[in-house]
Write a protein that binds this ligand. Structure first.
Ligand SMILES: NC(=O)c1ccc[n+]([C@@H]2O[C@H](COP(=O)([O-])OP(=O)(O)OC[C@H]3O[C@@H](n4cnc5c(N)ncnc54)[C@H](O)[C@@H]3O)[C@@H](O)[C@H]2O)c1
Length: 448
């Protein structure tokens, strides 16, 4: 069976590489010529642990190829996975133009062929409920017959950036939405190597599958907003959210995952998916109240760190320099889309501050977005030189056990605003720093 993956970004590249690793022949398509050129050499275009080795092996063994030609993939592939962008449109709903355009192009190409053969078109992008029907209609428009020439399947992706390869190789579940038994059988056979430990492949109808992805992401986002509100209240009450979240999380009905307070959620999925589900809901005339709260709380949380900085240094931050550790929306990725760190940096710059930032992987992606609006340091300690305070925005491992002497030497003032709760407050205070973290006692030295 020959597979194609259309769109070779965070999801598509991992999907194509992992399928190729199990022996499938895979053709990956992207419109970005530079990306395709780079990938052909076996060089990853994103930072993702474990990806490079797999990519190089499959490219070398000619199982995995990259092209800018959709017709090539349309010709060869039996099953085509659409891993295309679905960014928020002007009103916040998911923009389906990428997905529908590719479906239209595929329909046009296949309809023009002298002979027809059956294909499966799989939506791996996160798409609103009803999109499988729209993709089917885009293919039927060209005279293709559903069930004979093609079937459309919903197969939402649940991988997490940072551990995407592991997640793809060992998914907790695979969700497949289709009403075609033929397509379901093909999907089972494709995913069989990934669920050998017995994790389920759930076959359901298309709409339930599409809804599952949005419901899962929205629920996780809700957990994050909930614990952030608990943390905020802890600050007023003198409670410590670290103790509270452990006490809560040990209840198996709650669970300890996604109970870490911080700067709010970010990334390319949660913000846009919660927003899109809310809009879908509005369009149905149903007011999904908790989603609105999840988004509002998150927006407020993004403003938290700049608020602390201004409380200390004033609303006008001109003349002040801040070191920022972390730009990626979370550790182990170079992705800065909707990153709370970028919100923090932009807020500091808007208030007149000079920002010197360091991130182990996300400097290049940030430079593309912010250019010269901030300065970029070579290393975490270089960022501190002469800064008025340190602002921590991403929970990278290398920030967890810093050299406190070098920190004290570099910083002008021993002040840390920690949006990721990396250290024990008392320990940092004992080292002579002022230390503000989320939902825990603020350690501030008395000033005369
Ligand atoms: N990033 C994640 O962690 C994640 C996880 C689960 C689901 N998703 C969903 O998967 C989808 C893709 O997300 P992503 O993060 O991989 O996006 P991405 O922006 O990293 O990748 C999309 C790729 O598609 C390419 N592309 C655009 N138009 C094209 C076309 N006409 N033909 C071929 N290629 C084209 C782009 O050049 C880009 O390389 C989205 O719907 C997203 O919500 C993302």
């Amino acid at each position: 069976m020959h597979l194609a993956v259309i769109g070779t970004g965070y999801v598509g590249l991992v999907t194509g590489t992992c399928f190729a690793d199990t022996g499938f022949r895979v053709t990956c398509v992207d419109i970005d010529e530079e990306k395709v050129r780079t990938l052909r050499t076996g060089t990853p275009t994103i930072y993702e642990a474990g990806l490079e080795g797999l990519l190089q092996r499959s490219v070398r063994e000619h199982r995995l190829t990259f092209t800018t030609s959709l017709p090539d993939a349309a010709e060869m592939a039996d099953v085509l996975f659409l891993a295309l962008p679905t960014p928020p449109g002007a009103d916040g709903s998911a923009d389906l133009s990428y997905v529908l355009k590719v479906a239209d192009d595929l329909g046009e190409y296949w309809a023009a062929q002298a002979t027809r053969r059956y294909r499966v078109v799989v939506n791996k992008s996160t798409v609103p409920v009803g999109t499988a029907d729209r993709v089917r209609a885009a293919l039927e428009k060209h005279g293709l017959v559903a069930g004979e020439d093609f079937d459309v399947v919903s197969n939402p992706e649940f991988l997490r950036e940072g551990v995407a390869v592991t997640d793809f190789m060992k998914p907790e579940r695979v969700v497949v939405g289709t009403s075609s038994e033929r397509a379901a059988e093909i999907m089972r056979s494709i995913y069989e190597p990934f669920v050998r430990q017995g994790n389920p492949i759930l076959i359901m109808d298309e709409r339930s599958s599409e809804m599952t992805k949005y419901a899962a992401n929205s629920f996780l986002a809700m957990k994050v907003s909930f614990i952030n509100e608990v943390a905020n209240l802890c600050e007023y009450l003198g409670a410590n959210v670290d103790e509270v979240r452990v006490g809560m999380g040990l209840d198996s009905r709650i669970g300890n995952k996604f109970l870490y307070p911080g700067l709010g959620f970010g990334g390319s999925c949660f913000p846009k998916d919660v927003q899109a589900l809310k809009l879908t809901s509005d369009q149905m005339g149903y007011h999904f109240e908790s989603l609105e709260a999840v988004l509002n709380v998150n927006k407020r949380q993004h403003d938290k760190l700049p608020g602390w900085v201004s409380d200390r240094f004033g609303a006008d931050l001109s003349g002040h320099t801040f070191a920022v550790w972390g730009l990626a929306f979370k550790a182990k990725t170079d992705d800065i889309r909707e990153s709370p760190a970028i919100s923090v940096v932009k807020a500091l710059v808007a208030r007149g501050a000079r920002v010197v930032a360091f991130d182990p992987e996300a400097i290049e992606t940030t430079r593309r977005e912010l250019g010269d609006a901030i300065e970029y340091a070579e290393g975490m300690y270089e960022a501190l030189e002469g800064a008025d305070a340190l602002v921590i925005c991403t929970e990278w491992h290398e920030f967890r056990r810093p050299d406190w002497d070098r920190m004290a030497e570099g910083l002008k003032n021993k002040i840390i605003f920690d949006g990721r709760n990396l250290y024990k407050p008392q320990k940092v205070a004992d080292l002579g720093f002022d230390y503000l973290s989320v939902g825990r006692p603020h350690m501030i030295k008395e000033t005369a």
